[in-house]
Design a protein around this ligand. Structure first.
Ligand SMILES: *[C@@H]1O[C@H](CO)[C@@H](O)[C@H](O)[C@H]1NC(C)=O
Ligand SMILES: *[C@@H]1O[C@H](CO)[C@@H](O)[C@H](O)[C@H]1NC(C)=O
Ligand SMILES: *[C@@H]1O[C@H](CO)[C@@H](O)[C@H](O)[C@H]1NC(C)=O
Length: 229
């Protein structure tokens, strides 16, 4: 065998192995629970008329400390609704598809892109996301902060919301915003929570160390942003 053939076979074997390893052992250090304020999403997307209103689940995303998020780790592991049917109606209430009257395609997409990298079974992945979400309860948490500006229909200063959240709960999410169609002003969009992979949700309770502070509190550009209703 010539040396170029040898190195080609080494290269192929190496590529094959690293593909296999990646599918089996995804590289992540924590989860990001992304919640979105659905009226902001629906300003930019063709939502169904009865789309739920709230700070609801967008996804649970395995993430590496480098900032990298592994995706599509096992395309063969297709989402099967039967695996999560016992989580209805919680899933429909807390993780609804805003574009379609049935949410199953949204869950399938999130499973495919992020869930297959979580190291969890389909049931455990969705169950964990629901338990983290219920422990944080972003909407209730937000409304416990008495500042009138943090209510739909008002303008507020994003970094103040994050700091007030920390003052109230001892940890803080990251806030994200979205520019309106003409780029004139920004809308409050998402709150992202950094969740420890070590959290074992046996009793559904969140230990204080389970929510880690995010690196960047604020990814909004403007000093003042609008909270759409
Ligand atoms: C995170 O990514 C880095 C660089 O790719 C990798 O070396 C590390 O093993 C990953 N972390 C985990 C927990 O796998
Ligand atoms: C919206 O209406 C459709 C069709 O009636 C129904 O299947 C769906 O569950 C409704 N969604 C919400 C969030 O109420
Ligand atoms: C989440 O927490 C980990 C552990 O403290 C940290 O390394 C990581 O940067 C945090 N992720 C983000 C997006 O802030």
């Amino acid at each position: 065998m010539s040396s170029s053939k040898t190195s080609l076979s080494f290269f192929l074997v190496f590529t094959l192995l690293s593909t296999l390893c990646f599918e089996i052992e995804p590289a992540f250090d924590y989860y990001i629970l992304a919640t979105h304020w659905t009226p902001t999403f629906c300003r930019f997307n063709p939502c169904i008329p009865n789309a739920s209103i709230g700070l609801l689940i967008h996804g649970l995303w395995p993430s590496n400390i480098t900032g990298y998020q592994p995706q599509y780790c096992n395309r063969a592991d297709k989402f099967d609704y039967q695996n999560v049917v016992s989580l209805e109606p919680k899933l429909s209430n807390q993780w609804p598809d805003l574009l379609r009257s049935s949410s199953q395609q949204f869950w399938a997409d999130q499973w495919d892109k992020h869930g297959t990298c979580s190291g969890l079974s389909q049931f455990d992945y969705f169950d964990k996301a629901l338990k983290v979400f219920e422990s944080i309860s972003p909407m209730t948490g937000l409304y416990r902060i008495p500042t009138p500006a943090y209510r739909p229909g008002n303008w507020f200063i994003p970094i103040n919301l994050v700091n007030d959240w920390e003052h109230q709960y001892g940890y803080f999410p990251k806030i994200t915003c979205s520019f309106d169609h003409r780029g004139r002003y920004e809308l409050f969009f998402e709150l992202h929570y950094n969740v420890s992979v070590a959290w074992n949700p046996t009793d559904g309770k969140l230990q204080p160390q389970s929510i880690i502070n995010v690196r960047d509190r604020n990814s909004c550009w403007r000093n003042t942003v609008y909270f759409p209703n």
